[in-house]
Design a protein around this ligand. Sequence first.
Ligand SMILES: *Cc1c(COP(=O)(O)O)cnc(C)c1O
Length: 428
Amino acid sequence: MSRSYGFDTLQIHAGARPDPATGARQVPIYQTTAYVFRDADHAAALFNLQEVGYIYSRLTNPTVAVLGERIATLEGGVGAVCCSSGHAAQIMALFPLMGPGCNLIASTRLYGGTVTQFSQTIKRFGWSAKFVDFDDLDALAAAIDGNTRAIFCESIANPGGYITDIRAVADVADRAGLPLIVDNTSATPWLCRPIDLGATLVVHSTTKYLTGNGTVTGGAIVDSGKFDWSASGKFPSLSAPEPAYHGLKFHETFGPLAFTFHSIAIGLRDLGMTMNPQGAHYTLMGIETLSLRMQRHVENARKVAEWLENDPRVEHVTYAGLPSSPYYERGKRVCPKGAGALFTFAVRGGYQACVKLVDSLELFSHVANLGDTRSLIIHSASTTHRQLTPEQQKAAGAAPNVVRVSIGIEDADDIIADLDQALAKATA
Ligand SMILES: *Cc1c(COP(=O)(O)O)cnc(C)c1O
């Protein structure tokens, strides 16, 4: 069949085929660490990357490979590598690009854990990050220097309410000859396709909506296959002979798949941030219903945000799906099917009222997670964004009087009723 399938079909079928050994229709969980070589020549060809196949599950595994192909297809990329978590995916995305003394330019509006990873932990590798407000494109361009190797942002930024103008940021990256990495966790490819808007790489925490039910941590990096790694000499690990793989030139050898092969042959081999097949299985189960869930997530989020905005106990709601949001029009361009299901609102009564609200909710779960079928809440300032300075908290949309919600796919009326009774207690 030559027609190209739609999203709903691909989220079920992409990457999967009946198991060649048994005919199993669902993707088997290949719970194995190693694979028997046909003979010594076969083993040598696999280790030389002359033949594609399975060696050892730190590198590749058939169950994990199906998930990688599915995510790559849904994002419109040429290849993907799955990792043990979203944070692992971020390090893996930067690893082929960076070296000691190199920096990346990152948006100020990021998941709290990413701010910490970029502002503190990567320094141990000799890498650094400069944080810039990505609404100020001149400041973004000005921050780029001779040692910059990547630009990093989120499509719909966690903790919510902010949407990045990906195409405009991609234009800045293009002019500087740099890859743009977009974390598409909060939007998912159903709401936003960063590669269509000019992104080079897309990273995911599959822990969230892609799995969708709060069962496993995982991550993925999708490569658009469009970046010319050899154009500038800035990415020697991809363009020049790589000493960590007996002098192989990845870009020359693998063309648009250079990044993906590098991430497996060197990244997973030496960093070992591998997704396990059982984890991939849960995510494959979840991803089959991604579009159906996201539709309901967005529908519920809009209803709840509208209700909150009209409630006098609430100071303001930052949801890009509300016409009152400064990001409403941009949202319609960047994520035309909806602004996600993650947003924040400020409660009258400040920090104490937020803590009381969180403790009074019954249906909502108080957890450091998002993108579950269940409605979730967190007071970012006392939890996920606790390590940040007050200025960083505010810049990240996590001020002390603000709570973040991840609206689930329960009955919207039940979600609203729960907020109603808890707000009554919080502001009494
Ligand atoms: C959760 C999250 C991460 C980190 O992912 P883990 O799977 O928890 O490591 C990164 N970015 C965003 C936007 C997230 O929501």
